[in-house]
Design a protein around this ligand. Structure first.
Ligand code: GRF
Length: 237
């Protein structure tokens, strides 16, 4: 189904007709990560075209962000489906109608079925607000605070069938100070999310990043389980 892509290993993951990596972005809420993709695509940092933004919630503010940028939007309300599988099948068909090279989960608050995840194997990314493998699931910042951790962060990873368990690509960490609460941490971590998520997509678009079985491969090397550390990357610049 990835007919529009030149394919990893043969060059970039750019669409043959536009020479840009075609993205479909899935959201459920505010869409600040979506906004970062929009900004990076407009300013040329990310050689991508956002073909569509799809939300399972009609009132997601991210839909407004997409419309403001002239991007097509779809709402597929999961409550109108009898089963997760039926919703996922419709979602899959909508996504494929845009023939994306890469699908971006940006605060999409639905667990995806095995069929869906397998269908998009190697071209489905997520961002999770913790230093995976720590704290998969919800309430990550509060859990880090409750555990007395000195740092937290965010991880971009390939999506596999294991919830928040797919191979990590890039991770950014944030120090926790004594006056932090879950909301101050969320705010700090989001600032980093907005940098590392488009960065991972840029690597994918450039053909430098791929999923091989259950391993993330970057520049032909297997990444460690926690992915590339963004802070180290910064220091190397
Ligand atoms: C982010 O914290 C992201 O890590 C998580 O959902 C949140 C989405 O935020 N998956 P936004 O809608 O992009 O502002």
């Amino acid at each position: 189904m990835q007919a529009a892509s030149t394919g990893i290993g043969t060059g970039t993951n750019a669409n043959a007709s536009t020479n840009k990596c075609k993205l479909v972005i899935l959201i459920s809420g505010g869409g600040s990560n979506l906004q970062s993709f929009i900004d990076n695509s407009i300013n040329g940092t990310l050689n991508a075209e956002i073909a569509a933004v799809i939300s399972n919630k009609a009132d997601a503010y991210g839909l407004q962000r997409a419309s403001n940028a002239g991007i097509a939007t779809d709402v597929i309300d999961h409550t109108e489906f009898d089963s997760r599988e039926a919703f996922d099948e419709t979602l899959k068909q909508h996504i494929e109608s845009y023939a994306p090279d890469l699908v971006i989960l940006a605060g999409f608050m639905r667990i995806l079925s095995s069929d869906f995840v397998q269908h998009f194997h190697g071209r489905l990314l997520n961002i999770h607000p913790s230093l995976l493998p720590k704290y998969p699931g919800l309430n990550t910042h509060q859990r880090a605070l409750d555990a007395g951790d000195s740092e937290t962060g965010a991880t971009v990873h390939f999506v596999t069938e294991e919830l928040d368990g797919g191979p990590a690509i890039i991770q950014a960490s944030v120090s926790i100070s004594t006056d932090d609460d879950a909301s101050s941490l969320a705010e700090k971590v989001l600032q980093h999310e907005h940098v590392i998520y488009p960065e991972a997509a840029r690597w994918f678009a450039e053909g430098r990043l791929k999923l091989d079985g259950n391993h993330a491969i970057f520049d032909n090397e297997k990444l460690p389980v926690t992915g590339i550390q963004f802070n180290q990357l910064e220091n190397q610049k």
